[in-house]
Design a protein around this ligand. Structure first.
Ligand SMILES: [Zn+2]
Length: 500
């Protein structure tokens, strides 16, 4: 049987009057609604197919659809119609002649994952630090490798990391790019993102140097070069690449002018805060004293922030990115999922460094899920009579999609399967041995799936992975670029390049 289902909807419990959205959620959750009625109620969500302006339309047929939009709902079996770049309908039994049909009957159809913080310039430095601490990372990755990068390294790394994103179902990634040893490095990083076909936020950051002081880079143009980037590469909102500024920490009176450079060109800001012992300096209180924090900033990690700083983030409307896996590995502090939830902040998730962290989002979801639950169990076991609620699998899935879109400033474009949004969609195979026999779609994604389930990926309506293979990518070239950059970079950094 095909029907909409949607349970535990907070938007219903938070409202008093019977709003349209509430009615939808209530009916979808508690009553056996005939598909036709559900369709007519949802209205614009199921508008009749129009002729695609671009002439390209795709019908994802018969999948188990997790729209992650509570007004659209989820469906045990439904179709998703894509016209040009956008989703035009999500409902069962769409008839759309002259359309390319993709059989989704053995798949979960859901929004692509959204990463809010990844240092993609480390794309060919994967796995160099499986046992390293944060200090090891700074010494080896930033001061040895990063300080010696040439522009071709930036290109190869970003291309590799971005293709890895697509392969793993991460359709949007924020490239937290602090490898701008010269403007040519910057141009190469952006080209790598562009050539990959991923949707990316390019967060323009500092150079790397041997001394660790980014101001020492002889050809440094940070942050002023952001004005050129805005004009040269980011003058349109109608493209896959958008612009942020990646801010260093440091003395607040020196950091605030950098934030001004971002705001002068309308770029949002992303910054690491609350990292280990360094994070206990009340940095955000000091920044706020110079100029009030604004909603245009994403705060990464936040593990050791004080309560006042957390309240400043909440009150300013800022967003949060938790990189749970690396935080546990490298000594940043306890991933602050519960702290964020206590304040009513819904965090986004991020991979951070591929030097030590796998590039997929299944790992990220399971990390914050298990750690939050462990925290609640520990409080119960220690006699806490009023412990927090357990995080649910659906909430974690929202962190990995909807909240990522919000933190990346793209919530109007992506993050849910909502008609009118751009079609960034993944098809996850349900006929694989790690999930068969298939049931409980949200549970399957969060509990059991991995990159091997990512069968098909669309970005802005374009199929970029199909039947488990990237589309239109010369893998021999990619492998060669990666290998050449790796060899060059190890040599320049004077680090032995060994496989064993
Ligand atoms: Zn980071």
């Amino acid at each position: 049987m095909t029907h909409a289902f949607n349970s535990g909807c907070p938007c219903c419990s938070q409202r008093n009057g019977l709003s349209r959205r509430q009615f939808l959620c209530t009916t979808a959750a508690g009553v056996a609604v005939a598909p036709a009625l559900a369709a007519s109620v949802i209205g614009e969500a199921v508008a009749a197919p129009r002729v695609a302006q671009s002439g390209r339309s795709i019908l994802l047929k018969g999948g188990c659809v997790l729209s992650l939009d509570r007004a659209v709902g989820d469906f045990e079996q439904a179709d998703v119609l894509i016209e040009g770049k956008k989703i035009s309908a999500v409902r069962p039994n769409i008839s759309a002649p002259n359309t390319q049909v993709i059989d989704a009957s053995k798949s979960i159809v859901m929004p692509g994952f959204v990463d809010t913080h990844r240092h993609m310039w480390q794309g060919f430095l994967r796995n160099v630090l499986p046992d390293g601490s944060l200090q090891d990372y700074i010494q080896l990755v930033q001061r040895k490798f990063g300080a010696n990068f040439v522009p071709d390294d930036n290109y190869a790394a970003n291309l590799l990391s971005a293709l890895g994103c697509i392969d793993a179902g991460v359709t949007t990634v924020l490239d937290w790019s602090h490898i701008h040893n010269s403007p040519e490095h910057t141009d190469a990083s952006i080209k790598g993102l562009r050539d990959s076909g991923v949707r990316a936020v390019f967060a323009y950051g500092t150079p790397q140097t041997v001394s660790g002081r980014w101001q020492d880079a002889p050809r440094n143009k940070y942050p002023a070069d952001i004005a050129r980037l805005r004009k040269q590469y980011f003058n349109s909102e109608e493209q896959l690449l958008t612009l942020f500024l990646a801010s260093p920490g440091g003395a607040p009176d020196q950091v605030m002018p950098i934030w001004k450079a971002a705001r002068d060109v309308g770029a949002r800001i992303t910054i690491h805060v609350g990292v280990g012992e360094f994070g206990r300096s009340a940095f955000l209180e000091k920044m706020h004293a110079i100029e009030p924090l604004k909603s245009d900033t994403t705060y990464i990690h936040c593990c050791t922030l004080n309560d006042t700083e957390w309240k400043l983030i909440k009150d300013s409307g800022g967003t949060v990115s938790i990189a749970g896996y690396v935080e546990t590995l490298m000594g940043h502090g306890n991933p602050p999922t519960q702290k964020a939830i206590d304040l009513g902040i819904r965090p986004s998730l991020s991979v951070d460094v591929e030097t030590s962290v796998p590039n997929d989002f299944f790992t990220q979801m399971r990390t914050v899920f298990s750690l939050q639950k462990n925290e609640v169990w520990a409080r119960r076991l220690s006699g806490d009579k009023n412990p927090p609620k357990f995080l649910t699998a659906r909430e974690v899935l929202e962190f990995a999609t909807v909240e990522g879109a919000r933190a990346n400033g793209l919530e109007r474009k992506i993050g849910t399967l909502t008609p009118g949004k751009e079609a960034d969609i993944i098809l996850l195979r349900t006929d694989r041995l790690n999930v068969m026999p298939f049931n409980n779609a949200v549970g399957a994604v969060v509990t059991s799936m991995g990159p091997q389930n990512v069968d098909t990926v669309l970005i802005a309506g374009k199929v970029v992975k199909r039947n488990g293979q990237l589309v239109g990518v010369d893998m021999n070239r990619v492998a060669r670029l990666g290998r050449e950059a790796q060899e060059r970079s190890y040599k320049a950094a004077n680090v032995p390049n060994k496989r064993i």
